[in-house]
Design a protein around this ligand. Structure first.
Ligand code: ASP
Length: 321
């Protein structure tokens, strides 16, 4: 098991589930729904979180924002809302925070731009939506949802995706909205080293051992609603210093995101190239569906054997059916 996956999981993923203590309902169908189980889990990216790089104030800020985010989804689910809505709205909170490498806090490309990727999937219908390389969409997960719900396509990229978001009335921002000093400094460090760095890989500590202001990365969410439907979503700025229109795993259905009511819902974070080559999210689902593995067994196999075997690194959050 990689060090950062352990640390990250302990510190920065939050899970809430509930099946008890709900009020009695009068109509039997409502009663069924009220008593049904639901679950939600989120992540704020993978990476080595070194204590020396984290002040207690920063840690508290991250935890508070993660809690704020997951509570949004929790409220939707406990009130009988859909896992898709829970995933989308939960991710919106993290996208709007500069703390995470998604939306407002997206990392910079080599060209000093911010190019955002996102995807969402509905485990009930296997419908999916994804966008890659957008530069003006404030909440890329909303674009992924609109692509899924309103277009005949699964994935849109670049200028076309930005145009479609505008046409659909999504919140559009000037690209400068995504500027944050810390991310810009991280780009400068990465460029000096002429390496593509994972948002908070421990190699970053190598670039600048005194770095105090570690940022956490990509955001994602997986949820099961009271109707028994699974959904997952992922949103990211990708990797610092990426170039040539590089697209990572986050918007790739089957790599960064996958959901199937017959198996599980998965959101990935880590070194995207390895996650694409390993088809991480789908592979976990397939191992459950075709080989009868539990979610934990399947995730372990894919992350610790397959991805690690290729030399990749990262983690997932997931919920099973
Ligand atoms: N998976 C993302 C990418 O490669 C990065 C991350 O998860 O931090 O674009």
């Amino acid at each position: 098991m990689t060090k950062y996956t352990v640390l990250f999981t302990l510190l920065f993923s939050v899970v809430l589930s509930c099946g008890e203590s709900v009020p009695e309902a009068t109509i039997s169908e409502e009663k069924e729904i009220e008593k049904a189980e639901f679950a939600i889990i989120i992540h704020g990216g993978a990476g080595t979180i070194l204590k020396k790089n984290m002040t207690s104030e920063k840690e508290a800020a991250y935890k508070a924002k993660l809690e704020e985010a997951i509570r949004v989804g929790y409220e939707i689910l406990i009130n009988g809302g859909t896992s898709l809505d829970a995933v989308e709205k939960t991710i919106n909170v993290m996208e709007d925070s500069p703390l995470f490498n998604a939306g407002k806090g997206a990392v910079f490309t080599n060209a000093e731009t911010n190019e955002l990727d996102a995807s969402i999937m509905d485990g009930k219908t296997l419908n999916a939506g994804a966008s890659a390389g957008t530069i003006t969409v404030r909440n890329p997960i909303n674009l992924a949802r609109v692509i899924m719900d309103k277009s005949p396509h699964v994935m849109m990229a670049g200028a076309g995706a930005d145009t479609y978001a505008k046409e659909q009335g999504l919140s559009i921002v000037d690209p400068s909205y995504f500027y944050t000093e810390n991310r810009f400094n991280a780009l400068k460090r990465a460029m000096e080293s002429e390496k593509i760095e994972l948002d908070h890989d421990d190699k970053q500590a190598f670039y600048d051992p005194e770095i105090k202001d570690f940022k956490f990365g990509t955001v994602g969410c997986a949820a099961l609603d009271k109707h028994g439907n699974l959904a997952a979503g992922t949103s990211t700025g990708g990797m610092t210093n990426k170039r040539y229109g590089r697209v990572g795993d986050a918007p790739i259905i089957g790599a960064g995101t996958y959901a199937n009511n017959n198996s599980c819902a998965v959101s990935s974070t880590g070194w995207g190239e390895y996650f694409i080559r390993s088809m991480v999210a789908y592979d976990i689902s397939a191992l459950m569906q075709y080989k009868g593995l539990t979610l934990q067994e399947a995730a372990r196999e894919v992350i610790h054997t397959k991805v690690a075997g290729l030399g990749g690194d990262g983690g997932i959050v997931a919920v099973d059916k």
